[in-house]
Design a protein around this ligand. Structure first.
Ligand code: SAM
Length: 241
């Protein structure tokens, strides 16, 4: 099997096929991730096949919850993107999306800028800071069609960090895995206070693996009250009930 055969087979399960250029971009992304990870903490996963499956395929699995992404030039923000997941693999596969990546760690943003430049991904907006601070009444509040986030916080906390960015009529789609039912029960009221409503959950295993993934699709049905998000740190320390 060549280097990317399994990866491309996995993507086909989601109805995604990639071009030679996109294949090269993923290989370069992997190379940069491995190189920079040797001197900064970006990911615990470094094996080639694991990065392909657990970072790249997993990121792209958003198409199962939001198939329109394959054609619509949506504005999408990834909160707590870390080494670029899920935002950058989505941008590689769907270059027409208008992508914003936000993270509170400056050195990770340096890595992201390098990846964007070397892969020639075009315009990607990078925001350095806490999610709580950029959702204040400003240019970034309620501006995005889609907000995604993976491995950042529990659903109640994450909803307070993410829903303020989504425009009414847009969607917040967190990547969840374990204890999703419990998290949904604990965050139902918070989601509704923040202007959201759970539309559905999409549950599946990543192709040819036992890695479980749940994508929760939350509709933004009304504006988030101005008092949210509360000041930085509070959404995690005292999640809304
Ligand atoms: N989303 C990536 C992934 O799935 O691989 C990274 C996950 S990493 C465990 C969590 C990331 O969220 C870190 O890069 C951290 O700096 C960022 N983060 C946590 N809380 C944040 C906040 N309040 N505002 C912005 N970034 C935050």
């Amino acid at each position: 099997m060549n280097h990317t055969e399994q990866f491309e087979k996995d993507l086909l399960v989601f109805g995604v096929s990639i071009t030679e250029r996109q294949r090269e971009q993923f290989l370069k992304y992997y190379e940069l991730l491995a190189e920079w990870n040797s001197f900064m903490n970006l990911t615990a996963i470094t094996d080639f096949d694991e990065v392909m499956k657990k970072h790249f395929v997993d990121s792209i699995s958003l198409v199962k919850a939001y198939p329109q992404i394959s054609e619509k030039p949506v504005r999408l923000i990834d909160i707590g993107t870390g080494a670029g997941f899920p935002g950058l693999p989505l941008k590689i596969v769907f270059p027409h999306i208008q992508l914003t990546l936000l993270d509170s760690l400056q050195k990770r943003l340096k890595f992201l800028q390098e990846v964007i430049d070397r892969l020639q991904l075009g315009e990607v907006e990078l925001i350095h800071g806490r999610a709580e601070d950029f959702a204040k009444p400003s240019a970034k509040r309620e501006q995005y069609d889609i907000c995604v986030s993976r491995a950042v916080a529990n659903l109640a906390t994450l909803s307070e960090l993410c829903l303020p960015y989504v425009k009414v009529g847009g969607k917040f789609i967190p990547y969840k895995s374990e204890k999703t039912e419990e998290e949904i029960l604990a965050s139902g009221n918070a989601i509704s206070m923040l202007g959201g409503r759970i539309e559905k959950q999409i549950e599946f295993e990543l192709p040819e693996s036992d890695i479980h993934r749940t994508l929760v699709v939350i509709d933004k049905i009304k504006a988030t009250p101005k008092k949210y998000p509360r000041k930085a740190g509070l959404p995690a320390k005292e999640p809304l009930k």
